[in-house]
Design a binder for this molecule. Sequence first.
Ligand SMILES: [Zn+2]
Length: 435
Amino acid sequence: MKSIAALLLCFVFAGIANAQLNPPAESAMDRFLRYVKIDTQSQEDQTATPSTRKQFNLANLLAKELTPLGAQNVRVSEFGIVYATVPGNLADNSKVPVIGFIAHMDTSPAVSGQNVTPVIHKNYQGGNITLPKDPAQVITVDKNPVLKGLIGDDIITADGTTLLGSDDKSGCAEIMTMIDTFRQNPQLKHGTIAIAFTPDEEVGTGIDKFDVKGFGAKFAYTVDGEELGEISDETWSARTATVTFQGKSTHPGTAKGIMINAMYAIADYLNRFPHDMLPETTEGRVGFVHPYAGVIDVESSNLKILLRDFDIGGLDAKEKVLRDMVMQTADKFPQVKITIDVKENYKNMKEMLKNYPELTNNAMEAARRAGLKPFLKPIRGGTDGSNLTFRGLPTPNLFTGGANFHGKLEFNSRRGLEKSTETLVNLVQIFAEKS
Ligand SMILES: [Zn+2]
């Protein structure tokens, strides 16, 4: 009874607070439209961070925009990471944990991010959306049921020749607009906020250069998800196996009784993969094993395999399957020396986040106060947050309102950007209220 009353009071309070808010100096939409025009595509297999120098163009712009918004200690590291701090406005800021917000600046290497021309489909009235520069690129209601909730909204797409870059310039624009909103509304109470914009998320390398200690947050959120309300505090636990098949090569003309061809052993091993345990046959919470690359050669062949599961027990079971398969193939090819080496890549962030339930709970409440229906969605992959969580900075992932990441059909909407921003503003306040 008491909690229901408190909840009702929260809704009333949030309603009043929102009605009285001064608008930000620049809307999330206008920021977003500016950022997507800056090409920040990252590139695979580079030794330098950032992988492409052009990511500095957005990093430097964001750094320049942060100071007038009241951020302090704004800096761009040699690796292209933007860090800043927004000081709290409480009587005693030390009583509230420093909350971090992180978005990535780069766009996927999969599709060009050069000369992005955002198109605004004003007052969307339903139906499929054909992108103007390529009639083959159609965002269909069939494949994007989320469109049904966007009637009357302004939808933003690319023109059909590039990706949009909503992933993750939506997150960048929303975090910037959150800071702007606090700047325009000093009556909103909040603790100290740590901000970071990172390069090379799409190629998985930028986060290695992240200075967790210098960032100074106790907890953080990546703002890099999709549908409004979607919150993720679970990712895969991930290992990689390398199976090596050692044979013996010799001149084929004089090979009788000497040559041991490792290629037959690797073929036998591949044939043993269970068909119901592969990426192409699984979804939802079901994990997989995935042979994804290899070398075949008479003398030495090898196979690289991804192991993925949400539970460590499930991952152990998959590793056992691969090891049992090694024994079976070894029985059949006793002359081929077969070894298996398994490495840990990352762990389900839930293993750590289960100790900090308030992070997820507060995010759900923040979304509810913005009028959204929050829901938990496990990520069939890893995030920068999985890396940070195990480096001591617990970091779940929040929605941005975007959809169809990494492709030409990417989109977001005015409401998507605004409701995500509102959720961030609410979240910071909730931490202040509860401390
Ligand atoms: Zn992303």
